[in-house]
Every structure is written in structure tokens, then in C-alpha cells.
Design a protein around this ligand. Sequence first.
Ligand SMILES: Nc1ncnc2c1ncn2[C@@H]1O[C@H](COP(=O)(O)OP(=O)(O)OP(=O)(O)O)[C@@H](O)[C@H]1O
Ligand SMILES: [Mg+2]
Length: 432
Amino acid sequence: MSICGLDFGTSNSTVGVVHQQQPLMVPLELNSQSGEFETTLPSALFFDFETDDIHFGREAIELYSRGEFGRLMRSMKSILGSKNMDEGTQIKHKRYAFNDIIGFFMASLKQRAEAFNQQSLESVVLGRPVHFNDHHPELDLAAQNRMADIAHSVGFKQVSFQYEPIAAAYDYEQQVDKEELALIIDIGGGTSDFTLIKLSKQNRLKAQRDDDLLANHGIHIGGTDFDRHLSMATVMPHFGLNSYYIDKPTLKMPRHYYVDLATWHRIHLLYDANVLRDIAELARESQDKQAMLRLAQLLKNKQGHKLAASVEQAKIDLSHQETTSIDLSYLVNLEVHDNSEELLLNKASQLDLANAIEADVNKVFAAIDDTLTQAGLQGSQIDTLFTTGGSTALPSVKKLISKKFSQAKWISGDLFNSVGKGLLLDAQRRYL
Ligand SMILES: Nc1ncnc2c1ncn2[C@@H]1O[C@H](COP(=O)(O)OP(=O)(O)OP(=O)(O)O)[C@@H](O)[C@H]1O
Ligand SMILES: [Mg+2]
């Protein structure tokens, strides 16, 4: 029987298979820029309106960035567990349920893994965040059921789930000798998830790990939220955020348009004809007409994801440099004699980023405290800290981790593959 572990992430997805008797992360996509195969497939789809083809991953993002005529979808996982799960979206002339869209993506992951392994995959352990929804257990359960339905619909016969941070713990456990108490911190694109677990070489072989598991917790905050905060703080004011009405000088433009534009999985809602009409109307009423016309042009040209990608890139740059500039020159609106200087010289610093995301980062660390409380433990009792997920590269996150757990040994895992590797280990344990 052929098995796999599949990590459907908010930003990146991976698949682990047993290849020639060895566990291996599948090289899912050729990176056209580096010429190397990557084990991550960015969780993105591009519906090409000329050819009616659907493209995935880096290719989807590239086609959209080149201005091909079509629709980009990203961060679909954020919709799972939300109240909008049933809504679906109009793409060209057809209305798609989100299940269908996630299904196209999961089918592509499966197909790529099968092509690599020359074998059809029948059994899967899917990763899931500790909470798809932090507050509503019924929506959380519905989200998992939905993922199971999608996995069956793309041809998996056996489907089971594992919490993402537990999977990461199993990956790390491969290098553990003596028993240790580990805190796993996985801060990804959509959620931050934590596990407190006893790991050892012997425990690794046990079928049941309930006795080793001391706490499991998560919160719906991740890199896409950090993108939104950086965008609201540094970029959205150029598009009219905080500008006032001409005839109501104490009232600002409606904030919700900007929140949507800065939120990966809500951007497409703004391309609706009614919204475009509203924005054109607001441009007439705003004291900053130029900024509002810039917003209208951006929406007309469907450049919302491009803007979000510029902000995300700036955030990533700031993990290894003090300052960066967010190049928005492609958004200069020549039709209205736009003040291009303002967009070209749009700078952001590590401090701007740290300030913009501070409240959310504090919530993530409060959730880490809650994880310790669940187990009745203090931070000082942790032997090892294992971190994974792209957002653990953020300087302000790193600083807080090292301050809070100064006594623990800190192992920084593979940011993008740990969960997938652990899911495969679990699949081997469950199905083989
Ligand atoms: N160097 C970096 N500095 C800061 N953030 C980064 C860096 N590299 C990637 N990220 C961010 O990490 C996030 C993606 O991480 P990851 O692939 O672990 O998430 P995911 O597994 O797709 O999401 P989730 O597990 O929450 O569903 C994105 O928000 C991305 O912008
Ligand atoms: Mg993840």
C-alpha cells in the first residue's frame, strides 16, 4: 500500500512519501529562478482566463505577476474553519465552492507526488492546525470533515489527521537520544501551534503516544496576519487609509476595504463591480482624492495580490536586514499625475515591522504560556525548544523566544519541511 504525509499549509504545502524504501520529501516544483526543484509548493492557484487552464504554486504566482489575464487564489486554508466556508467564489463564468478550489490544489499535490514516486497514493495523514477556529468547536470539526471529504474526492482511500506541531515533534525526535521534554513552536502563514511532549529514542517506537503528550495548543495568528499589519501601517495610507471625507472632516474612509486588501484570502472580494463603484464614489468624497484614485486603479487592474506580495517580501527582507524599501512603482497612476515619489520611496524598518506586529506576537506568546499552563509547567522546566514554520524567522519572534527560554537548548528545524516529514513518519506508523 502506498502512503504519504501531506501538509496543506496556508502559504506552502509539502508531501512526504516512501521512495525506494526511504522516507523522502517530494520535489514538487521546479523553481524557474534557481533552476532547482523545491519540496514546497506555494499554496496558490491561478485560473487562466485565456486558456481556462489552472496553474499551481510558483508558476501560478509568476503568471499572475506577469499580468496574465486570470484570477489568483492564495491562503485558501484560512477559509477552512471560517464562517465563509460555504460561500464559494465566482471565477470567470463559473461559481466554485471552496472545496472544489482546495480540491484542485490537493489533486495537483497528489499527482506530483505520484508522478515522482511512480505509484498511486492511497493512504494519507493530513496535517491540521490545533484549531481551525479558535472559538467555535463546531466550525473546527466542520473544517476537518471538509478536508477529509476533499482528500477522498481526489482519490485518497484512507484519510487520517495529525496535529501539525505533533508532526514537527516526530520529525525532531529522529535526532533525540535521551528522554527530553520538548516544546515545539510552529509559527506558519495562518496559525501558530504548540506541543509539549516527552521525546526519546524509545518513545519513538510506541504506537500510542498519549502518555508522552503533555499539552497541545494553537492560535489563529500567523505570517499572513503579520503581512496585514505591516501593510496597514506602511502601505495602505498611500491608498487613502486614514484620509477624511471632504464634508465630514472628522470621519475617515471606511477601514474594511483596506483590511480586505491587506488580507490574502479576502482580496478577491474587492474585485466585485459594486465595490469598484463604491470606491469611485469615495474618491469624489475624500480629501485625498489621488490616493483613492490609486486604490480604484489598483482594484480595476486586479493588483491586490501583487501589492500583498510586495509587503510580504519586505517582511521577509526585514528578517535579515535593518531596512527595506517596498517598491510600489508599478502602482503609480499616470492618468491622474500621481505623486510617484511617495510610492517609490516607501521605506520600512525592522522597528516598523516589530511595532506593527507587536500586539499579535504578544498574543502568540500568551498562547505559548497557556500551553505551559495546560501542562502545569514553567518555561524553565523545558529541556528543548524546537522551532519550525516560516514566521519563526522574524527577528522580534526570535528575540522573545531566546529571552523567554534562555535555559533551554534551542533547535531551529527545517522551516518548511518539518511538519511534512513528521506526517510521513506518522503515516508509516499508522498504515505500514
Ligand atoms: N525569512 C522570513 N521571515 C519572516 N517570515 C517569513 C520568512 N520566510 C517565510 N516567512 C513567512 O512564513 C509564512 C509561511 O510559513 P510556512 O510555510 O511555515 O506556513 P504554512 O505551513 O504554509 O502555514 P500554516 O502552517 O500556518 O498553515 C509566510 O507568512 C511567509 O511570509
Ligand atoms: Mg505549516
